[in-house]
Design a protein around this ligand. Sequence first.
Ligand code: C5P
Length: 238
Amino acid sequence: MKLIYEGKAKRLYETDQANEVLIEFKDDATAFNGAKKASFASKGKINKTLSVLLYKMLEKEGVPTHFLRDEGDVTIVARRVDIVKIELVVRNVVAGSLAKRTGLPEGHKLRQPIIETYYKDDALGDPMVTDEHIRELNLARPDELEKIKRSGLKVNQILTKFFAKAGLILVDFKLEYGRLLPSMHNIVLADEITPDTCRLWDEKTGAKMDKDRFRQDLGDLIEGYNEILTRVQHALES
Ligand code: C5P
């Protein structure tokens, strides 16, 4: 299989279908733009499983995604997209860079969800960008940006409610979108939704179950990820 692209947490391969790609979830974890690195056995499998469950649920709720089918332990088949070079962050509770930027205390519940846009560019360190920067850099057309933001808020509503059923607070998360190839007319949710890209806290204890365990050396990463997966599976069954 021909490797198209290798990212920090995933590899993309060509398939025999021109408009499909195989996505492999790696065990590797990175933080601080690649400055901190480690590998965790079974992270790829847990993240693949979670991403598939969440994408299937979002599709059912009317959110188009790149997901096509599950293809084994650590791989899925997805629609081929042209990735929009914007990372959309949606926040419900103050944490991470929002606490640093605003001085608001971690854990402060936001009156309304906050949406932020970042320029997906490793060399620049993924800086935050405004709509005007996005326009100047040609990262997305205004109508695409509008669609992406609207979708992000809808995803937030669906996931916040769902994770609450699982006893988890969805603090914040990052989404990426892509233009479906070959026409590039339709924007779909791409990339992944996993504890690598979401902050999830235990509703009762406030314990961090996500990649902050690795970023902040808070304890066993896989234990947290497995707990999220178990709770998500139970919430889907109930
Ligand atoms: O670091 P920050 O507080 O801005 O992160 C906000 C949310 O976006 C977190 O859930 C984090 O895991 C996610 N994120 C990500 N990839 C990035 C930056 C942030 O998944 N490159």
